[in-house]
Write a protein that binds this ligand. Structure first.
Ligand SMILES: Nc1ncnc2c1ncn2[C@@H]1O[C@H](COP(=O)(O)OP(=O)(O)OP(=O)(O)O)[C@@H](O)[C@H]1O
Length: 258
């Protein structure tokens, strides 16, 4: 199995007049085809910073990100959009778009300059809408739907973009438990059936342990990547939160309140 993305000694963080702030360093991560990978860590640990850096939106402090063995900085915007779809947590710019039109924006890397959709494009948009169960919202304006519904719409847009790698920053934040599980299962099904790799950040650690193939765990000391069972055996989740009120029960595979 090939890796759609890997990092080589990546350091992430911020540069200001006061100097460099390193958020995490020496990251050698691999995102294999066909896997659902959860990125977890406490608030402020650096998950969004990592996602912005590996998608080429933010410059690394050091090291390199390779997408299909080519430096991500060497991609032209159109070629990048055909290989990588990204849903970050930023608000949408004001517009009058319907849900269908918003999902159809995912086809932009493939359409001509006036954005005419071919039958194939319309079919991809329709499939993405059906997979995410948002058919009933299709003709609503995007500002007429709830935050949770919008999250599914943005996932649909990423699916319509039909790229080998999809990166989602906290796609389940506004979803209730039923919709969280449904989205996790959909993402897992997609990775296994289509060979795409999906990396997503989440605070739903228990669900991620149950439903992801691999996890990237960020702690103040280090960032590790492995399958959930190995991470449990290695005691990685005990180091996730420095808090006397909760502990990780390795047998149950979840956090318990003391
Ligand atoms: N533009 C910025 N300039 C400087 N520091 C920043 C900037 N954006 C974020 N940070 C800092 O980088 C660190 C990591 O932030 P980041 O948003 O990546 O964390 P996170 O793990 O995604 O957090 P959360 O789970 O709360 O969303 C934080 O200490 C934050 O204050």
């Amino acid at each position: 199995m090939a890796d759609v993305l890997h990092t080589d000694n990546l350091s992430i963080g911020y540069t200001s007049k006061a100097g460099k702030t390193v958020i995490a360093k020496n990251l050698n991560l691999t995102l294999p085809d066909g896997k659902l990978i959860a990125l977890i860590g406490a608030n402020g640990i650096g998950k969004s910073t990592l996602l912005r850096t590996i998608t080429g939106i933010q410059k690394p402090l050091e090291g390199t990100v390779f997408l299909n063995d080519k430096k991500i900085t060497a991609y032209e915007p159109l070629e990048l959009a055909q290989n990588l779809s990204v849903v970050l947590t930023e608000k949408l710019p004001p517009s009058n778009l319907t849900v269908f039109e918003l999902v159809a924006l995912g086809r932009q890397p493939y359409t001509n300059w006036i954005g005419t959709l071919t039958d194939n494009d319309v079919e991809k948009v329709r499939q993405a809408i059906e997979l995410t169960h948002i058919q009933h919202l299709s003709s609503k304006k995007h500002y007429e739907i709830s935050d949770g519904q919008l999250q599914n719409v943005l996932v649909a847009r990423a699916l319509a973009q039909d790229t080998p790698l999809i990166i989602l920053d906290e796609p389940t934040t506004h979803l209730d438990l039923v919709h969280k599980v449904a989205l996790f299962k959909l993402l897992r099904k997609l990775t296994h059936e289509t060979g795409k790799c999906i990396l997503f950040s989440t605070h739903d650690v228990d669900l991620a342990i149950q439903l992801s193939d691999e996890m990237i765990v960020m702690t103040p000391e280090k960032t590790v990547q492995n399958d959930p069972c190995t991470l449990i055996t290695e005691g990685t989740f005990n180091t996730l939160f420095e808090d006397e009120h909760i502990f990780f029960d390795a047998e149950k595979g979840k956090f318990i309140i003391k």
